[in-house]
Design a binder for this molecule. Structure first.
Ligand SMILES: Nc1ncnc2c1ncn2[C@@H]1O[C@H](COP(=O)(O)OP(=O)(O)OP(=O)(O)O)[C@@H](O)[C@H]1O
Length: 395
């Protein structure tokens, strides 16, 4: 069942917590709402759950007006970070709760409820725990009970708000893999709120990146990482080196490195480039045009080496990631001199005030034709409204 959100607006006093948010979620999709604290994720989820209402906008679920339906009629399952279980009820009674409080006409028979609870506890790998009380469970077990309780009413839509937020890192990783498998088995449409990009990248079919009440980009984890639509998305997802570009003789340059010709044909005097750490090429031999750098620090994290490089021409340090074996092969040590050049970059044009220009972006890679064609954003990647990037880069 398709969930269609159209131009949702929600203000708190003067603050626009949600600003013209539109989003389409496909049946059976696992969509993550990802963004920093205060970006509007929970507000959006609460509206879907019927715990809050927008001032304007529409939500349709399978063609029906979702906002007109009372929370009870929406048939959603809800799990919050601190969705406390009823302490005085056992695990089994907690899971059965949603079924027991149904009107007599809708309520399944007692034996049926017991069978369903047993089946659900098995599904969340807590069979045998039915008689325990919540205080006798770990945090991860409690959240699995909360999930079983949400699933008991056979929801059409599962809404999860940082369900693993209060758990330690190892348990979080284990639970999110488990949740992904559960989602695949059940085929439910799931909306998952998180501010943890790793969680979103690993779990979701698609990610909606939120910033200051707006959706900056919606796409698969791969699209979001490889084709970020705005400077905010570049900076929020993964690591990126930020370079200020100036136009010189119809070309964009940074510290002596030329990013081929200007795809905007002189329309913009400045731009900003983002280069991922894995998109810096290092050499101990001179490379034409490459920046001269000094290796300040090396940090070996498993198979990847993180390098911090001082680049005099750029006036700031760069971060580069290379395979640990390449580091050994090149025999690099702190203090060594080397040559650095980008292999890929995402370039955004800036207006006269240094603000990114909405809906324009250039995916540059080394060896591109000297007169590259501009790559306009695809509509599916981003809402192309005029004020979309006002929450973008802060200079
Ligand atoms: N009931 C309320 N009254 C006033 N302001 C609110 C209310 N609820 C939310 N806000 C404001 O709306 C904005 C969005 O809040 P929301 O909880 O949706 O953000 P979030 O992205 O879920 O953040 P977090 O990750 O910290 O939970 C915030 O600036 C918040 O202070």
């Amino acid at each position: 069942m398709t969930l269609e959100l159209t131009r949702i607006n929600r203000r708190f006093s003067d603050y626009p917590a949600l600003n013209d948010v539109s989003l389409s979620i496909a049946p059976g999709e696992f969509l993550a709402l990802l963004g920093p604290s205060g970006s509007g994720k929970t507000t959006l989820l609460r509206i879907l759950a019927g715990l809050d209402y927008p001032e304007s906008g529409r939500v349709e679920f399978n063609g029906k007006d979702f906002l007109a339906a009372a929370p009870r009629e929406r048939n959603v399952g809800l799990v919050f970070q601190h969705y406390a279980l009823f302490r005085h009820l056992t695990v089994a009674e907690n899971v059965a709760f949603g079924l027991r409080v149904r009107s007599r006409r809708m309520r399944p028979k007692r034996a049926e409820i017991d069978a369903r609870v047993e089946q659900l506890l098995k599904r969340v790998q807590l069979d045998g725990f039915g008689k325990r009380y919540p205080s006798q469970l770990s945090g991860g077990q409690r959240q699995r009970v909360a999930l079983a309780r949400a699933l008991a009413v056979e929801p059409d839509l599962l809404l999860l708000d940082e369900p693993f937020g209060a758990l330690d890192a190892q348990v979080r990783v284990a639970l999110r893999r488990w949740l992904r498998r559960l989602h695949e088995e059940l085929g439910l449409t799931t909306v998952f709120v998180t501010h943890d990009q790793e969680e979103a990248l690993e779990l979701a079919d698609r990610i909606a990146v939120m910033n200051r009440g707006r959706i900056e980009q919606v796409g698969t984890p791969r699209e979001i990482y490889q084709r970020p639509a705005t400077p905010f998305v570049c900076e929020f997802i993964g690591k990126a080196n930020r370079l200020a570009l100036r136009r010189e003789d119809e070309r964009f340059v940074a510290g002596g490195w030329t990013f081929a010709a200007d795809p905007w044909m002189g329309e913009h005097a400045q731009a900003i480039a983002y280069v991922r750490p894995e998109h810096l090429t290092l050499s101990t031999e001179p490379v034409p045009g490459a920046w001269r750098a000094r290796l300040r620090h090396v940090y070996l994290a498993g198979s990847v080496a993180h390098l911090e490089l001082d680049v005099a021409a750029l006036d700031h340090a760069l971060e580069a990631d290379i395979a640990g074996e390449d580091l050994a092969r090149m025999g690099l040590h702190a203090g060594d001199g080397l040559y650095v050049s980008p292999s890929h970059a995402v370039i955004f044009p800036l207006d006269r005030d240094g603000r990114p220009i909405a809906g324009d972006r250039w995916l540059w890679r080394a060896g591109m034709a000297t007169t590259p064609t501009r790559l306009p954003l695809r509509r599916s990647e981003v809402e192309l409204d005029a004020h979309r990037v006002d929450g973008g880069i802060q200079r």
